[in-house]
Design a protein around this ligand. Structure first.
Ligand code: ADP
Ligand code: MG
Length: 678
């Protein structure tokens, strides 16, 4: 099918096209794949008297008194009309909508869809309902799609445009090979498109949805698997002696946890096996990933090679250098820090010493991928918090060695089953055990009524020498939003706590400014740090033991957990206090989960459960594409089938067959659109 631009469609002019463009929809096929978030069943028409309060229903009403406008105050008008059927009457109400006056005439009959509520006199009313003339109803008396919208696009516009677009598109070509469709019972494309948007009934919707979920997961799996093929060719440097690591482990001031030992064994196995390691280590903050990485680096150096460690920010790189220096004290291992802000002369000297193999370990930011840097014998690359790096950067660093081993450390735990699926191209080690003696962060979800008590607690704790983070969803008050913003809150807190130094940090600041603030906080010059989520991937400040999160309802579970991980790194009891607003059920469950658990793997599983379709946590952090329709938790069964199908297809070399060409194109597109996956 030739792909039309949506502006060529009926009912779409420049203005609407622009609104769709903002949602990433430019072409007819993109529009057709803009799937509804849910459907409303408007098939049944109820009599007004039978409507229960707060029920969303369709009624068939005759206009009894036409629209009248009442101006209640300067900026507020209320428009009202009365409709009735044989059973009862009902008010229809619009706020600030003058245009409805004169639209509906006495005696005309309309199908009206909305939520029935009671006004203060106990009379039934509907506010801003969907109204369509009897006999001409397009979106009442049917199962109607509801799209994930925000901004100026309305449901009605999208519904109308979608209906026209499906007609306009005509018969679509099937691109799912018939062998696959038959084997897995996958609906045909035309049936699926029609019924995903305008299903006849719940069953046809289910069948249609299954097709697109399967398709999305199959393409993802195929993309991941075809990538794995590429990476398995490298041979890697063989570390002859891995027993040497015992000395290092023995020199540590603690003994490794079981999970650390297991992970280290897996790493050493890889490095001595004659194939380049490609391993992801997942573990909560504080689970001791760095110590494991240090052991791997030790092995590289003792086998006469060099190692590199890349961190996302300068200050984190510095911290890693300090940590490694402590670990390697007395071993004679030489480390060096390379950052963007180094003086040219220092850099040059470091470069030349690295090239000559005088330094064993190079720690740095993306300064490590720069052209001029050449290693003598780079055999191991460790990257911290991988989501901050593109694959390209990693690849550049890898190219500086002779198939070096790659160790990726991630502090974003995801459930094991999911990790296996999403990181089909990496081997995975999971550190799911914290070192003994760690205190859980005491976590509370509170309402606005607790603010004074919380501030009193904050004041007391800071007077006793503790430090606190306060996280806000916004940087500044640009959108006249109800949400708390860091700039204003910082000012208010500084006025209130005149004895303390209140600092500010957010994403609009330059990297050097952020580093400076973080340094001051780390040195204790700042007592309370008000910030946005930029602190998420952060520096270890053991003295910071209070985390207050504003508008916690705005954050996903995994993100809340990540933020909480900033505190509780010292010996004192740490606290996390979340101000949450609204009565949303999902918010309540999220808060509850945070309060009862400190376990990142458990929390990520709950996160997956609580998220809606297409709204997969951590996809961006993990550099994976946003799921359009699949929910990786509730669609686990389809996921298994898609995995099986993908393995089958790859193993039998099907992708080269003509029938699979359209699928291959979609895989290629997914890979090019997501550079991180390449
Ligand atoms: P991560 O990198 O996973 O966030 P770190 O490696 O920074 O965690 O470890 C956090 C802290 O715990 C460090 O101070 C580290 O020295 C310490 N640590 C690591 N492993 C152990 C262990 N097995 N027993 C006790 N303390 C440990
Ligand atoms: Mg760490």
């Amino acid at each position: 099918m030739e792909d039309k631009r949506i502006i060529e469609l009926h009912g779409i002019g420049e203005k609407r096209a622009e609104l769709f463009r903002k949602r990433g929809i430019n072409t007819l096929s993109e529009l057709l794949c803009f799937f509804p978030r849910t459907h409303e069943d408007r098939t049944e028409i109820k009599s007004i008297a039978d409507c229960t309060d707060n029920e969303e229903v369709c009624v068939l009403g005759e206009v009894y008194t036409p629209v009248s406008l009442v101006r209640v105050r300067k900026n507020m008008t209320i428009a009202q009309m009365t409709v009735r059927d044989e059973s009862a009457a009902m008010q229809i109400v619009w706020y600030n909508n003058k245009y409805v006056k004169g639209m509906y005439h006495t005696g005309e009959r309309y199908v009206i869809y909305g939520k029935v509520v009671r006004d203060k006199f106990g009379k039934r009313q509907m506010v801003n309902p969907v109204i369509e003339k009897e006999g001409k109803a397009k979106f009442t008396g049917k199962i109607v799609p509801i799209y994930p919208l925000s901004g100026n696009l309305t449901q009605k516009v999208v519904q109308t445009v979608m209906e026209a677009a499906i007609k306009e598109a005509g018969r679509l070509d099937e691109y799912m090979p018939v062998s696959v469709r038959n084997k897995y019972g996958i609906a045909e494309i035309n049936y699926a498109i029609n019924n995903i948007h305008f299903p006849k009934d719940a069953h046809s919707y289910g069948v249609a949805r299954r097709r697109f979920v399967f398709e999305e997961l199959l393409i993802l799996q195929l993309a991941l698997l075809s990538r794995k093929d590429k990476t398995e060719e490298y041979t890697g440097t063989v570390f002859e002696d891995t027993r040497c690591v015992d000395e290092f482990v023995g020199s540590l001031p603690f003994s490794l946890t079981g999970a650390q030992k297991r992970t280290l064994d897996e790493i050493l196995n890889d490095c001595s096996g004659g194939r380049a390691m490609n391993r992801l280590v997942q573990g909560d903050v504080g689970s001791g990933k760095t110590a494991v990485a240090a052991a791997a680096i030790y092995a590289a150096v003792r086998n006469s090679h060099q190692a590199a460690m890349m961190a996302p920010t300068e200050i984190l790189a510095k911290q890693h250098k300090e940590t490694l220096d402590k670990f390697f004290d007395g071993t004679g291992i030489k480390t060096v820090l390379l950052t963007g802000s180094m003086r040219q002369a220092d850099k040059k000297e470091a470069y030349s010493m690295i090239k000559d193999g005088m330094y064993d370990v190079v720690i740095g930011t993306h300064a490590l991928v720069q052209e001029g840097l050449v290693f003598d014998d780079l055999a191991l690359v460790v990257t911290d918090e991988q989501h901050r790096f593109g694959v390209e950067q990693r690849a550049k660093l890898l190219s500086k060695g002779n198939d070096p081993h790659m160790l990726i450390m991630s502090a974003t735990p995801i459930p094991r089953t999911l990790a296996l699926i999403l990181y089909g191209d990496l081997d995975i080690s999971i550190i799911d055990e914290l070192p003994p003696g760690r205190k859980e962060v005491k976590t509370y979800a509170v309402g606005e009524n607790m603010r004074e008590r919380i501030y009193a607690f904050l004041e007391k704790s800071v007077s006793e020498g503790m430090q606190a983070y306060i996280v806000c969803p916004l940087v500044e008050d640009t959108e006249k939003s109800d949400l708390e913003n860091a700039v204003d809150l910082c000012e208010r807190l500084q006025e209130r706590f005149t004895n303390f130094s209140v600092g500010l940090m957010h994403g609009k600041m330059k990297a050097t400014e952020k580093d400076a603030v973080m340094n001051d906080f780390s040195d204790g010059k700042i007592n309370i740090l008000v910030s946005t989520t930029v602190i998420e991937v952060g520096v270890n400040v053991p003295n910071a033991n209070i985390m207050i999160i504003e508008n916690a309802e705005r954050f996903g579970l995994s993100q809340l957990h990540q933020l909480r991980g900033r505190v509780g790194r010292g010996n004192e009891q740490a606290y996390c206090i979340m101000f949450a607003h609204g009565n949303n059920e999902i918010t309540k469950k999220r808060m509850e989960t945070m309060c009862i658990s400190n376990d990142g793997f458990y929390i990520s599983e709950q996160d997956l459960k609580l998220r809606g379709p297409g709204d997969f946590f951590g996809t961006r952090q993990h550099g994976l594409p946003q799921m359009r329709i699949a929910n990786l938790f509730s669609d686990r069964d389809i996921l298994k089938e898609a995995q099986e199908a993908a393995k089958d297809i790859i193993q039998n070399g099907c992708l080269k067959e003509k029938e699979f060409l359209p699928l291959q194109k979609r895989i290629d597109r997914l890979l090019t659109d997501n550079i991180v996956m390449n």
